[in-house]
Design a protein around this ligand. Structure first.
Ligand code: NAD
Ligand code: TDX
Length: 332
């Protein structure tokens, strides 16, 4: 039975992955999480105590990380500061957690000889033009735009260097934009859903023509498990589910779902350095490792996500007011 250490396992995607492991494998899981504003203890409730335990700690703290890593067979590294807008307001925690944290994890797996999977983002590749037929592949050059994506790009480079120079047994995945339950209300889709539930209007940055390649978080989890089980050490796999949509279309879809007029939204100040389009070509993951997404109908996945937010107001309500106050302070 594998002992798997999941960093950031109380966050949006990490907690989904922990549930996925409990249901789909017989692994014993330790979550290492600093429990920042982005963590959801509620997302880990009702998991079997003999399969999952939570250690509260910082991935950049070697005194916590090294003994913990040495006690596991695999580390899956989700922990990160994850929100682009926050990285524009204050980049410091992004450098600390995403770079120093990943460095600390790498040193620990190097010393203990433990397998690592590093979870990263398609944002490391910068952006594409709207009419560019190209999509990102594993060979696309890195060109990150924001402090967040630059810190994730740096973390990927550290992992590759530790593989090549020290023979660390690691894989990397770069995934597109996730949606689904438990995503913080600072992020685009939950922010707009909860604005509409509150009788307010969605807030679209700029013209809203920016394209994101949406994937359900369950599909991200199944892809990471596929890489753990069948991925080749030292390789990178792009994860995506052919879900390109522009932000305006997503806002209109949400408004339609609630029976509100399609133009019942506000244009607000655009994000500085706002990436135009992300698009993933996941052929390598699909053909080499045989992975396929389960959620191929975005509108149905979005409707289920809206229903989840309607049913879990007690979870998101405490974060909503403060999040909106932060946006209002910068005209968003
Ligand atoms: P999230 O912000 O919802 O969760 C991050 C988790 O990490 C939180 O539980 C937080 O408490 C924890 N954390 C933060 N700093 C920590 C530290 N120093 N030590 C220990 N724990 C710490 O993020 P998410 O959206 O679930 O993203 C998880 C990972 O997936 C990140 O590495 C992110 O870059 C990557 N990713 C996210 C997306 C997306 O669309 N959300 C897409 C591709 C890749
Ligand atoms: O209120 C909003 N209005 C708006 O138009 C917000 C919060 C966002 N947007 C736009 C910006 C983006 O074009 O929506 C799009 C999605 O924004 P975010 O949810 O902030 O995601 P993004 O910046 O694309 O990054 C996400 O995907 C890649 C995750 O937050 C990252 O962690 C992941 O790496």
């Amino acid at each position: 039975m594998d002992r798997i250490l999941v960093t950031g396992g109380a966050g949006f995607i990490g907690s989904n992955f922990v549930h996925h492991l409990v249901v789909r494998t017989d692994a014993r899981v330790t979550v290492l999480d600093k429990m920042t504003y982005a963590a959801s203890p509620a997302a880990l409730e009702e998991l079997p105590a003999d399969r999952v335990r939570l250690v509260v700690g910082d991935v950049a703290d070697a005194a916590v990380v090294e003994p913990l890593v040495a006690d596991h067979d695999i580390v899956v590294h989700f922990a990160a500061e994850s929100h682009n807008d926050n990285s524009l307001n204050d980049p410091a925690p992004f450098v600390q957690t995403n770079l120093v944290g990943t460095f600390t994890i790498l040193e620990a797996v190097r010393k203990a000889g433990v397998r690592l999977h590093h979870v990263s983002t398609d944002e490391v590749y910068g952006d594409l033009e709207l009419d560019d037929p190209a999509r990102f592949t594993e060979a696309t050059p890195y060109q990150p735009s924001s402090p967040y994506s630059a810190s994730k790009a740096g973390s990927d480079h550290l992992v590759r260097a530790w593989v090549r120079s020290f023979g660390v047994q690691a894989t990397i995945s770069n995934c597109s934009n996730n949606y689904g339950p438990w995503q913080h209300v600072e992020k685009f889709i939950p922010r707009q859903i909860t604005n509409v539930i509150d009788g307010g209007r969605p807030k679209l940055y700029g013209a809203g023509l920016n394209v994101r390649d949406w994937i359900h978080t369950e599909d991200h989890s199944s892809a990471v498990r596929t890489v753990l089980e069948r991925g080749r050490i030292g390789e990178t796999y792009l994860i995506g589910a052919d879900g390109e949509r522009n932000n305006l279309d997503v806002v209109r879809m949400i408004l339609r779902h609630f029976g509100r007029p399609e133009d019942d939204f506000d244009h607000v100040t655009d994000r500085a350095g706002h990436d135009l389009r992300y698009a993933i070509d996941s052929t390598k993951l699909r053909t080499e490792l045989g992975w396929q997404p389960m959620y191929d109908d975005f509108e149905a996945g979005l409707a289920a996500t809206i229903a989840w937010y309607q049913q879990h107001e007690d979870w998101w309500r405490p974060a909503k007011e403060q999040t909106e106050a932060k946006y209002a302070a910068v005209g968003k």
